[in-house]
Design a protein around this ligand. Sequence first.
Ligand code: FAD
Length: 447
Amino acid sequence: MSAVRTAVVIGASMGGLLAARVLSDEYDRVLLLDRDHADVDGYRSGVPQAKHLHGLLARGREILEELFPGLSQDLIDDGATVADLQNDIRWTIDGRRLVRHHCGLSGLSMSRLLLERRVRARVLALPGVTLLPCHEVTGLTTGADAGRVTGVHAVRLADGNARVDLAAELVVDASGRGSRAPTWLTDLGYDAPVEDRVPIGITYATQHFRREPGHLVGSKGAVVTMSLENPRGGALAREEGDRWVVTLAGLADDPAPLDPEGFRAFAASLPDPAIAEVIAAATPIDDALRARFPASVRRRYERLTRLPEGFLVLGDAVCSFNPVYSQGMTVAGEEALILRACLRQGTTGIGRRFFKATARILTVPWSMATSGDERFTDPAKSRTLAGRLTGFYLNAVGAAVGRDPAVGRALLRVANLLDPPQRMVAPDMVWRVLRSARHRPAVTEVG
Ligand SMILES: Cc1cc2nc3c(=O)[nH]c(=O)nc-3n(C[C@H](O)[C@H](O)[C@H](O)COP(=O)(O)OP(=O)(O)OC[C@H]3O[C@@H](n4cnc5c(N)ncnc54)[C@H](O)[C@@H]3O)c2cc1C
């Protein structure tokens, strides 16, 4: 038997790349398979979301820097913008403007393409890591009793769909939201994980513009969240190459139009005029394009009582969130850190340990995204006593972020997955929020 230990990763997008990074510490060979041209720099059909605005949360940046020391500087050298999240970005949350203040939380703004290109280059420079583009995984291979996954069946798309079996001690599925792992497991006699779905029916419309010095003077970006009064949102962010990316979000029955006039009019209906002003002043680089996101989906692998040895699932394949919360890449990073910790304890029973630990870290982002969405899709919940109390407090927080920088900073830390949501109900914070709500007028105008 060969002494070379091999891991196979299915999917070479952000989830797969981060998994490969930590696997390379433990395995002699890591094979990253992608059915797409994942080696070519540019948009590709396997990751259609890459054209849309991709915010990297502060916690995600921390994780990437831990896994790839110096990555932030590389990105800055390539044209990424550093921004103080509270001072340099115009936030309008539930119709109210967050007060500006140097909070010390620095974000990086760049295209998803640049981020992925830099991460991929770092991963492929690691010893033993090989990317196999145009390789579609079609199933899992097992030992005689199906108790252990021993590799994958794949087809080489660039080679007349030639079949190839690749052996591995560990297989990690990072093939995204459309993962076929549930079917592969049932084919082997295991149960498929229960799937939680929380519908939202969000639509995105995205367009890029040339960035010039006179645009958005004094700020480096703008974010407007959807509110019950105006369920439309938008964001404007800098990308490398002096570009703006604008993404407008609406519910399924109110998508942002893709024609120039409709796109601009939708932006003008937001409570902060900044995005519409930039659109009006800037030269478009491309046509607007749309993405639809029907539901957040979470597959409960941690609840399976039987799992084969040697098989894990990670990234969007386990949980994909409504993108307006910008959580996907950061959560994939958290899962990569869990994978690293689990590998250090050995691989026997790794599935159970890994899925239990990932379920724990998914609790917060999942509940933040789904409870935020249920305000729009299930208003009955907000009419219960608990819902009314939460609504009252969130309204007070909304008012307080317009006045008290400490409340704004705390909210940004929670939204960036640096602090747990409980931080917002810590005694000192409740005091600040209620004091702000009592002593000043309840509504802050934006403009
Ligand atoms: C419109 C939109 C906007 C988003 N905005 C943000 C944001 O602002 N911030 C953020 O953090 N996240 C955002 N996300 C989520 C983010 O894109 C993902 O969380 C991130 O890419 C990690 O996903 P992944 O690697 O697990 O899967 P994916 O990115 O979906 O990649 C899956 C990969 O697997 C490959 N593949 C699929 N099947 C097979 C197979 N059978 N064999 C081999 N290869 C296969 C695909 O070609 C692809 O490369 C957004 C998502 C969408 C849809």
